[in-house]
Design a protein around this ligand. Structure first.
Ligand SMILES: Cc1ncc(COP(=O)(O)O)c(C=O)c1O
Length: 271
C-alpha cells in the first residue's frame, strides 16, 4: 500500500519542479545534451544556445542590463560565497570591512565569518522586533574601509522583506558595494537590480519551482569593473569570465549556424 504523505508546507526550503519546467527541460536530457563548450559541432551550438537563452531570460527577469552580468552557479550557497569571498579576495589590501545583517542565511554569515578569520573586519547588524534592518544603522556602520554590505531581500524563516531599495541607495551614495541574497525573493516578488541599486545578487532555481543544483550570481557591469576572484577555476561556460571573454554575447553567429543546420522547438525569450 502506498504511503500517504503529509501535505508539504515547507516551500521556503525547496519547491517541487513545475511541470512546465519539466516540459521545457525535456529536450536537454537526451536530445540536446551537448556541452556548450563544444564549439566544433551542432550539439555544442545547441547547448550554447540554450544556455544563452537562459542567461538572457534570467537577466531580463531581474532587470539586469546585459546577459553577461549573469554567472551560473550550483545554487545560492555558491553564489553567496562567490560574491563575498570572491570579492574580498580580489579587493584584499584595499578595503577590509564587511557588513551583514544578523539574520542572513548561513551561506552569507559563515562566508563572512570565514573572511573574518582571514583578517577582514565584520559588523553584524541587528534587526528590530519585526526582523527588519534599519537603513540608518547600515549607514552608520559604513566606514571608508567598507567593501560590501550584504542584506538579504527576503528572509527564509520569517519572510521579512528588507528595505533593500533604501539600503542600495545608501551603499551607492557611500560608494560601497551592495550584495543581496534574493533566493527567497526572485520569482515571488518583483526584483529589479537597477531600482534597488544592487551590485551583486544571489539566486537559485529550486526555491521557485526549478530543479536543484542550479543557481546564479548577478554581477553588475560597471566601471571600475567589480572584480571577483573565482572560487572554482575553468568555469567559462557558467559565465565566470563572461565579461572577459563575452562568449555568449557573440553567440548570434553560432545560433545562425545551427538554426539553419537543424530546426529546433527550443523556446525563445520574448523580444
Ligand atoms: C536566503 C537563502 N540563502 C541561501 C540559501 C541556500 O540556497 P541553496 O540551497 O540554493 O544553496 C537558502 C536556502 O534555504 C536561502 O533561503
Amino acid at each position: 500500500m502506498a504511503l500517504k504523505l503529509p501535505i508539504y508546507l515547507d516551500h521556503h526550503a525547496t519547491t517541487p519542479v513545475d511541470p512546465r519546467v519539466v516540459d521545457a527541460m525535456a529536450p536537454y536530457w537526451s536530445d540536446d545534451f551537448g556541452n556548450p563548450s563544444s564549439a566544433g559541432h551542432v550539439f555544442g551550438w545547441r547547448a550554447e544556445e540554450a544556455v544563452a537563452i537562459a542567461r538572457e531570460r534570467l537577466a531580463s527577469a531581474i532587470g539586469a542590463s546585459d546577459a553577461s552580468e549573469i554567472v551560473f552557479t550550483s545554487g545560492t550557497t555558491e553564489s553567496d560565497n562567490l560574491a563575498l569571498i570572491g570579492l574580498a579576495r580580489a579587493q584584499r589590501g584595499r578595503r577590509d570591512h564587511l557588513i551583514a545583517s544578523a539574520i542572513e542565511h548561513p551561506a552569507v554569515l559563515d562566508a563572512c565569518r570565514f573572511l573574518a578569520g582571514e583578517g577582514f573586519s565584520l559588523t553584524i547588524l541587528p534587526v528590530d522586533g519585526a526582523g527588519l534592518v534599519d537603513p540608518a544603522a547600515v549607514e552608520a556602520a559604513i566606514t571608508d574601509r567598507t567593501l560590501v554590505v550584504s542584506v538579504m531581500a527576503a528572509n527564509s524563516e520569517i519572510g521579512t522583506l528588507q528595505p533593500i531599495e533604501a539600503i542600495g541607495r545608501i551603499c551607492g551614495e557611500r560608494e560601497v558595494l551592495f550584495h543581496t541574497d534574493a533566493a527567497q525573493a526572485v520569482g515571488k516578488i518583483p526584483v529589479d537590480v537597477q531600482r534597488c541599486g544592487v551590485d551583486l545578487l544571489s539566486m537559485c532555481a529550486h526555491k521557485l519551482y526549478g530543479p536543484k543544483g542550479i543557481g546564479a550570481l548577478y554581477i553588475r557591469k560597471r566601471r571600475p569593473r567589480i572584480a571577483l576572484q573565482p572560487l572554482l577555476h575553468g568555469g567559462a561556460t557558467r559565465g565566470a569570465s563572461a565579461r572577459a571573454r563575452c562568449r555568449f554575447r557573440s553567440s548570434s553567429a553560432s545560433r545562425a549556424r545551427w538554426s539553419s543546420a537543424s530546426p529546433t522547438s527550443m523556446p525563445r525569450p520574448p523580444d
